[in-house]
Design a protein around this ligand. Structure first.
Ligand SMILES: *[C@@H]1O[C@H](CO)[C@@H](O)[C@H](O)[C@H]1NC(C)=O
Ligand SMILES: *[C@@H]1O[C@H](CO)[C@@H](O)[C@H](O)[C@H]1NC(C)=O
Ligand SMILES: *[C@@H]1O[C@H](CO)[C@@H](O)[C@H](O)[C@H]1NC(C)=O
Ligand SMILES: *[C@@H]1O[C@H](CO)[C@@H](O)[C@H](O)[C@H]1NC(C)=O
Ligand SMILES: *[C@@H]1O[C@H](CO)[C@@H](O)[C@H](O)[C@H]1NC(C)=O
Ligand SMILES: *[C@@H]1O[C@H](CO)[C@@H](O)[C@H](O)[C@H]1NC(C)=O
Ligand SMILES: *[C@@H]1O[C@H](CO)[C@@H](O)[C@H](O)[C@H]1NC(C)=O
Ligand SMILES: *[C@@H]1O[C@H](CO)[C@@H](O)[C@H](O)[C@H]1NC(C)=O
Ligand SMILES: *[C@@H]1O[C@H](CO)[C@@H](O)[C@H](O)[C@H]1NC(C)=O
Ligand SMILES: *[C@@H]1O[C@H](CO)[C@@H](O)[C@H](O)[C@H]1NC(C)=O
Ligand SMILES: *[C@@H]1O[C@H](CO)[C@@H](O)[C@H](O)[C@H]1NC(C)=O
Length: 576
């Protein structure tokens, strides 16, 4: 496994930024270093980020959004306008982008484009501006590629993100396969050799596995430093881009981006609960982890602990690691399904490069180390020993956040301290023939029965796929509370966590597509709403979306739902 035998030689006292380009380094910990923060509240820096965003960015963002909705000509109830124009009553919007590989990243980019005020057609449609108004943007697996790529590229438009902007960021390069970019064996060998070399510094002090090679392969597509022309060149391919450093980018330093979060699961040999049906691998009672700009940790009450993202890899307060949080290593963790492929012989055979073997041949690992997961020295060693399954493990083996069946990263939005009023859940799960049939939401509903403590209640959704049957081709609102002011009891109980919601579910449909050409094109599902009286597009949809966005704030003000919002809720709400 990993050992650090010659500490004195490894101490790096300065120049972390340069060294980071090569891989993680060890330094003396800062004097005020806190390895573990316990609890289910958010970190100080996150709170500060959201506060600044609410004060300086959101008033203008919501104003622009409201103007776009108003321009569609649909008469909005007065309360909608008042809430969106207020400085103090503004709603808190969270957006999630599900897993589903490249298709999820592309569909997600298409929906974000529909919510982006910078796109003139989205602005004209009346949906543009909601992206700029959101506080949090969570991604899982393929959705995390989008979230990470967008954050590190300094929040460009979706067109520039997917196709490149002619500057440092070269676009997603779909012309190259992720693992096997060349059909020429010699060129493929160069690719594999470079990827393995890029792990050299990390491998000196830390375990390496297929997860590291995967992160390096993904980095060529989703982070700065690679263009079509330099794909096979021996350059750093974004290896110095650290998640915790992104806060220094202009749009994050000025709080203009929704706060990015990525979600992953733990593979624990100590957990053996019920596995959600549908080919899932991990039991629903596995703790979930998230990584945000400031912390990596677990909000489930069984652990309720967090460690600084900047010092991932660190396990004590004397020697601190920096440079472990390479952006695509983290996003690669969220999308690491190799443990599943390991158990499926035919898919493994397709994985011609078989990087888990190549990594172990190049950097022999302890036989005890899993090579098919993404491995993190356990910062939570000894924490919550009675309830956290892996408290005694030295390594946390993490993997794709959807392996328990929860393919939408909803849990970060249920952290009460985030005070999310409405979740926009972009769901590109491929449950059946290209449709997001609802399985992921059912999985989260079931899991929340196990992990309810300290989290906001999940809005009720159908309990079976049959119940979702008519909800897969259009957006649906879940968790709509009754309209009358007297029934807004949820908001009275200071000490009880109100249900999250409403949640707007935007499912991918069979046309979801698979190449980057669709990214700009497939925004219809987010801009047109439902089929109304045989017409494919609902002219009131943008107004309906705004009604959902403000509905929690409306309830807080004890104003009744009126006008178009009443008919919208009748049309788009799912009632249990
Ligand atoms: C702290 O962690 C480093 C790196 O993992 C290790 O080498 C060192 O022995 C640890 N120190 C203590 C006091 O546990
Ligand atoms: C990535 O490139 C974009 C320009 O394409 C730039 O604005 C951004 O700062 C770069 N991000 C990093 C992490 O270097
Ligand atoms: C890439 O460049 C480094 C030096 O920057 C060199 O050590 C290494 O051998 C090169 N790798 C390949 C595959 O050419
Ligand atoms: C990208 O590179 C590939 C392989 O080198 C080439 O076939 C393709 O035409 C290039 N595409 C663009 C848009 O430059
Ligand atoms: C699963 O957990 C139960 C209860 O802790 C235990 O009795 C059983 O042996 C475990 N099964 C496996 C396969 O680990
Ligand atoms: C990949 O590695 C595994 C584990 O060593 C091995 O069983 C399998 O045959 C390898 N697959 C290929 C395609 O090389
Ligand atoms: C990795 O390589 C080491 C050393 O050759 C070997 O002992 C170990 O079994 C290998 N691990 C796996 C999972 O193949
Ligand atoms: C394949 O999976 C098994 C069991 O999950 C694990 O012990 C083994 O290390 C994995 N193999 C590789 C090559 O990662
Ligand atoms: C779906 O809609 C059809 C047609 O309106 C209706 O007959 C059917 O009962 C609905 N199915 C469910 C599960 O609600
Ligand atoms: C806006 O998005 C559409 C796709 O809906 C795309 O065709 C168009 O190029 C985008 N416009 C701008 C200015 O980015
Ligand atoms: C996007 O989705 C719509 C609605 O299902 C479909 O009609 C359209 O063909 C799709 N566009 C693309 C480019 O896939």
């Amino acid at each position: 496994m990993f050992s650090v035998s010659t500490i004195s030689l490894l101490l790096v006292l300065s120049g972390a930024a340069n060294a980071a380009a090569l891989g993680p380094t060890l330094q003396r910990c800062p004097a005020d270093f806190e390895l573990v923060r316990r609890g289910q509240t958010i970190s100080g820096p996150e709170s500060q980020y959201i506060k600044e965003r609410r004060e300086k960015v959101l008033p203008g963002a919501f104003k622009t959004y409201l103007q776009n909705v108003q321009r569609t000509g649909v008469q909005l109830p007065k309360y909608v306008e008042e809430i969106l124009e207020s400085r103090t009553q503004l709603p808190t919007v969270g957006i999630t982008v599900s897993g589903g590989g490249a298709r999820a990243a592309i569909f997600g980019a298409g929906v974000l484009n529909a919510l982006d005020e910078r796109n003139s057609s989205s602005a004209k449609k009346g949906t543009g501006g909601l992206l700029q108004s959101a506080t949090h943007l969570a991604g899982l697996s393929g959705g995390s590629w989008l979230v990470t790529s967008l954050a590190q590229a300094n929040f460009p438009t979706m067109q520039h993100l997917v196709f490149g902007d002619g500057h440092e960021f070269g676009g997603w390069l779909p012309e190259f396969n992720l693992w096997a970019p060349s059909t020429d064996p010699a060129e493929q060998a160069i690719f594999a050799h470079e990827i393995l070399q890029e792990l050299a510094v990390k491998a000196k002090h830390f375990p390496v596995s297929v997860g590291d090679a995967w992160g390096r392969a993904l980095a060529r597509h989703f982070t700065n430093g690679t263009t079509n022309a330099t794909f096979f060149a021996n350059t750093s391919h974004g290896s110095g881009i650290l998640f915790s450093d992104l806060i220094n980018l202009p749009t994050l330093a000025s709080h203009q981006q929704p706060f990015p979060v990525i979600v992953m699961d733990i593979i624990s040999k100590h957990i053996n609960g019920t596995v959600f049906p549908g080919g899932n691998v991990l039991p629903l009672n596995s703790p979930m982890f998230e990584i945000n700009l400031f912390e990596m940790g677990c909000y489930d009450d069984v652990l309720a602990a967090h460690t600084p993202t900047k010092h991932l890899g660190t396990t004590n307060k004397s020697l601190c690691v920096t440079g472990f949080d390479e952006a695509m290593f983290l996003s690669g963790t969220s999308s690491n399904l190799w443990n599943e492929l390991n158990i499926t012989a035919e898919i493994l055979a397709e994985n011609t490069a078989n990087f888990s073997v190549l990594v172990n041949e190049t950097y022999p690992q302890s036989p005890a180390l899993r090579l098919d997961t993404s491995n993190y020295p356990n910062p939570f060693h000894g924490v919550a020993p009675d309830t956290f399954s892996d408290s005694h493990e030295t390594i946390l083996s993490l993997c794709d956040g959807g392996e328990d069946g929860q393919v939408s990263p909803l849990q970060p939005m249920l952290v009460p301290d985030r005070k999310i009023d409405v979740i926009v859940a972009i769901d590109a799960t491929n449950d059946a023939n290209g449709f997001a049939a609802g399985a992921s939401l059912i999985a989260t509903q079931q899991r929340m029965q196990i992990f309810a403590r300290g989290l906001a209640a999940f809005p009720a959704v159908p309990t079976t796929l049959v119940g979702f049957a008519n909800l897969t081709a259009q957006p649906t609102f879940f968790g709509c509370t009754p309209s009358s002011s007297s029934s807004s009891h949820n908001y009275d109980l200071e000490h009880a966590h109100p249900a999250a919601g409403p949640m707007m579910h935007v499912p991918v449909d069979v046309h979801g597509g698979g190449d980057a050409g669709d990214a700009g094109a497939n925004v219809t599902i987010a801009t047109q709403g439902a089929e109304v009286h045989g017409a494919l597009e609902d002219p009131e949809w943008p107004a309906c979306l705004a009604c959902a966005v403000v509905d929690r704030a409306r309830g807080r003000q004890r104003v009744a739902r009126t006008g178009v919002c009443e008919t919208c809720f009748a049309r788009y709400c799912w009632e249990a």
